[in-house]
Design a protein around this ligand. Structure first.
Ligand SMILES: Nc1ncnc2c1ncn2[C@@H]1O[C@H](COP(=O)(O)OP(=O)(O)O)[C@@H](O)[C@H]1O
Ligand SMILES: [Mg+2]
Length: 412
């Protein structure tokens, strides 16, 4: 073969200058609109450079509001300054979405301080207290101030409770020649409600809220990446603005905006276009919605699937603003067909609310006169997604159900 198969593939990256600028691990040089948060972290952590113990902190805000990147940037500079000054500051971050048991968190922390002569901590088997003890010993051996960051801490605590935070915030009482501070980062705004009050007040000595970005702020974040990552003149006017606006609607999520822009450029590239326009952004948006919703649909419990199946059958039949009564009628027929005990209308009503909060349907309350209330239901799933196929693929009983004949109301 004379040609290398990668030649044409490499050329195909023609619209990007540096695709890395859109990847999740990218470290931007500037962090627009997070100056206040950077300063708050810095003003606390500078204590470590002075040899004092910084306060524990709790950072929280919606996903994509810059918590991880702000912390990472500040810690990097803290360590650099510590090295330059000869002050021993050790900082480590554990992502509790992947490291999500008490044992593994402490083990991961202790491993950061491992030396050749140390016994290896096994993946399981030691009592957790022994791992904790070994971690303390290694901290003291190293000395100085240790900054321990637990990112996505809400995930850990909702899984295993808060005793790990209790232990870590207690370390300073037992350490001899070192000290530490704990920084927790949570995507859940109500995280402290998961904690016992004592642990909450110890962890959140300082709390720092990351507010969702507005469309203009996201725009500024994107502009910087565009300069670094995209060939000039490739984006049509309005493309960056549309990505920002869509991501701002999506709880002000900068990650979403970066994903939208990256996918839009890739789509244009794949289609052999030289320019990226708003149409590509729309395509990217529906792909993201698709990727987000598909796993949710596929893992719905059986009753929810039957209910959604009943709604979609009525919609496919042309009905809109479907009443709960109508849905219940179809649902009962489906249950009969597949020999499943139907739930009561009351339970169905609450399942409809759940589907609504998952963003799968929109349930609107309407009054029926004389004080009666009812819901009108519409599906909220983008057209590009074949719900029926997803339901059938993931649930054999729905395959069975779709073979049935049902008495559906005709659209008026
Ligand atoms: N102010 C900012 N400036 C530049 N990039 C940002 C900014 N805020 C967030 N980002 C980028 O957006 C994405 C999501 O940010 P991240 O810190 O991971 O959010 P969170 O941890 O709050 O979910 C990352 O790629 C990050 O680099
Ligand atoms: Mg994060």
């Amino acid at each position: 073969m004379s040609e290398n198969i990668f030649d044409s593939l490499i050329e195909n990256d023609s619209l990007f200058m540096n695709r890395g600028a859109f990847e999740h691990g990218f470290e931007p040089q500037k962090l627009p609109h997070r100056e206040k948060e950077v300063r708050a972290l810095g003003e606390n952590l500078v204590e470590a450079l002075r040899g004092h113990i910084p306060s524990n902190m709790l950072l929280y805000g919606v996903p994509g509001s810059g918590k991880t990147i702000v912390t990472k940037t500040v810690l990097k500079q803290l360590k650099a300054k510590g090295r330059a000054n000869g002050t021993a500051v050790k900082a480590y971050t554990i992502n509790c979405r992947t490291v999500d048991t008490k044992y593994r968190v402490v083990q991961a922390l202790a491993n950061r301080l491992e030396r050749d002569e140390d016994v290896k901590i096994p993946f399981t088997g030691w009592p957790t207290d022994r791992v904790l003890e070994e971690f303390r010993r290694r901290m003291d051996r190293r000395g100085g101030i240790h900054v321990i960051v637990l990112d996505e801490i809400d995930h850990l605590v909702s899984k295993v409770g808060d005793s790990i935070i209790y232990n870590l915030t207690n370390l300073n009482l037992e350490l001899e020649s070192s000290r530490c501070c704990i920084i927790g980062i949570s995507n859940d705004l109500y995280f402290t409600k998961m904690l016992t009050p004592q642990v909450a007040s110890r962890l959140a000595q300082i709390d720092l809220v990351f507010h969702p970005y507005g469309a203009n702020q996201i725009n500024d974040i994107l502009e910087d990446r565009v300069l670094r990552g995209v060939r000039s003149g490739v984006l049509e006017g309005g493309v960056v603005g549309l990505c920002s606006a869509l991501a701002a609607q999506e709880h002000g999520d900068a990650r979403r905006a970066l994903d939208l822009l990256r996918i839009a450029i890739k789509k244009a590239q794949k289609m052999g276009h030289d320019l990226v326009d708003k149409g590509h952004v729309r395509l990217a948006q529906s792909q993201l919605e698709h990727d987000q919703l598909t796993p949710v649909l596929r893992t719905l419990p059986l009753q929810q699937k039957i209910l959604l199946f009943s709604i979609c059958m009525n919609e496919d039949n042309g009905l809109r603003n479907i009443s709960t009564g109508e849905i219940f009628r179809t649902y009962s027929e489906v249950c009969l067909r597949i020999m499943i005990e139907p739930l009561t209308p009351r339970r169905i009503s609450s399942l409809l609310n759940e589907l609504d909060s998952l963003g799968i349907i929109i349930a609107r309350n309407v009054s029926k006169g004389r004080g009666g209330r009812s819901k009108q239901i519409n599906s909220a799933i983008p057209e590009s997604l074949d719900v029926m196929a997803e339901l059938r693929d993931s649930e054999p009983l729905i395959v069975e159900a779709s073979k049935g004949k049902y008495r559906l109301q005709r659209p008026l």
